[in-house]
Design a binder for this molecule. Structure first.
Ligand SMILES: *Cc1c(COP(=O)(O)O)cnc(C)c1O
Length: 373
């Protein structure tokens, strides 16, 4: 059976590092510590929304964020009462109604969404908590930073039942393009100044995702939104010392000996060179295995390395390994959707032995059990 194993101690380690780092520019302008908003989108990055959220609550976190209406409602359906921010704005009335009904902090990011929220605020005559989103160059949610008049006019027309508790933006390339991130930050700060000049209370300001949080302490402002850093997966080199908290554990389900010159796997890219003892492990791409290969290609140097590696591999087939019963075994043939074949010739490996893989946790099939150890 396959399981995602999440190491609680490693997660606690990451939490400690992240908390320490959040203190660099703390207290903020208001004299408060920089608030950490725990992002739990995509089933808590594939680590199980319920277990992960409970763990984070036990660690003292009390403010969470998700990307979709479904996730927001699931959070409430699981019984969590903590503050929850829905990071995407929507101009669909039923969606906003559901969010408001479930005491979820909504995001207002357009004139259309503002109009609908106004309607609901008037109809229900009840306080609605909202954050304002500004699009500083992502091209997705938020008021376009350069259309200031529209933004100000819309916000000024918000019903008095709508409470603006925060204002934020999202960076499109914080893991790679520092210059662009700084430009987005400046656009945001300029907008905030204009909003303040118009006597608009912006609430808490937050712009950082994990990458910006690690790289730019000067951008921490009042709060930061952290997701992937907790899981230990950042796509650029950093010295925060975060650990990857999730691994996929599988088992050897079959062992057999193949004759020489026998094909292994799809596309016939591998043939045994001699009699070969193999272990079959029922786990593949569907579980996020090995997606990482060729992934860290964000900096030019990484791109170059990837090209060099790929060129080399064209001559000498790429060698991948899996750890079975604490022994490094070479993977033979192409990794399948559900299967990996490993060479265990001459090794003391039995049916039922455990195999461990590095994974991209966000991609692991949801039907696989998540276990916190
Ligand atoms: C996903 C997301 C985050 C968190 O990003 P990480 O890089 O995983 O920390 C923050 N803000 C928004 C709007 C997001 O969509």
């Amino acid at each position: 059976m396959n399981k995602v194993i999440i190491d609680k101690q490693d997660l606690v380690h990451n939490i400690k590092k992240i908390k320490e780092h959040s203190k660099i520019n703390s207290p903020d302008d208001n004299g408060n510590p920089v608030k950490i908003i725990v992002v739990i989108k995509a089933n808590a990055y594939g680590l199980d929304l319920k277990q992960y959220t409970q763990f984070m609550i036990d660690q003292g976190f009390d403010f969470f964020a998700v990307s979709t209406v479904e996730e927001a409602l699931e959070f409430r359906n699981l019984g969590f009462k903590q503050k929850l921010l829905m990071l995407s704005s929507t101009a669909i009335k039923e969606e906003i109604e559901e969010l408001v009904q479930n005491d979820i902090i909504i995001t207002i990011g357009s004139r259309e969404s503002a109009n609908i929220v106004n309607e609901i605020a008037k109809e229900q005559n009840k306080k609605i908590k909202a954050h304002i989103k500004i699009d500083t160059g992502f091209g997705r949610y938020g008021f376009i930073y350069s259309n200031r008049d529209e933004m100000i006019e819309t916000i000024k027309l918000l019903d008095s039942n709508i409470q603006i508790e925060g204002t934020f933006t999202h960076f499109s390339n914080a893991f790679y393009d520092d210059k662009y991130t700084k430009l987005q930050f400046q656009r945001f700060i300029d907008c905030i100044e204009v909003l303040k000049m118009n006597n608009i209370d912006t609430g808490i300001l937050h712009v950082c995702n994990s990458s910006a949080f690690v790289k730019f302490p000067q951008m921490h402002l009042n709060a930061v939104r952290i997701g992937s850093a907790f899981t230990g997966r950042l796509s650029f080199q950093n010295n925060l010392g975060l650990k990857r908290i999730a691994k996929l554990e599988s088992q050897v389900t079959e062992i057999k000996t193949l004759p020489s010159k026998f094909n292994i796997g799809y596309s016939n890219i591998y043939k045994t060179k001699k009699e070969t003892k193999i272990a079959i492990i029922p786990s593949g791409y569907i579980n996020g295995i090995n997606i990482e290969l060729g992934q860290d290609t964000f900096r030019p140097i990484d791109k170059l390395r990837t090209i060099v590696r790929a060129t080399k591999n064209a001559f000498k087939k790429q060698e991948l390994y899996v750890d079975i019963a604490e022994q490094k075994c070479r993977i033979l043939g192409r990794i399948g959707t559900f299967h990996v074949i490993a060479d265990i010739t001459g090794k003391d490996i039995k049916i039922g032995d455990k195999a461990k893989f590095n994974i991209n946790n966000i991609l692991v099939n949801p039907n696989i059990q998540r276990e916190y150890i």
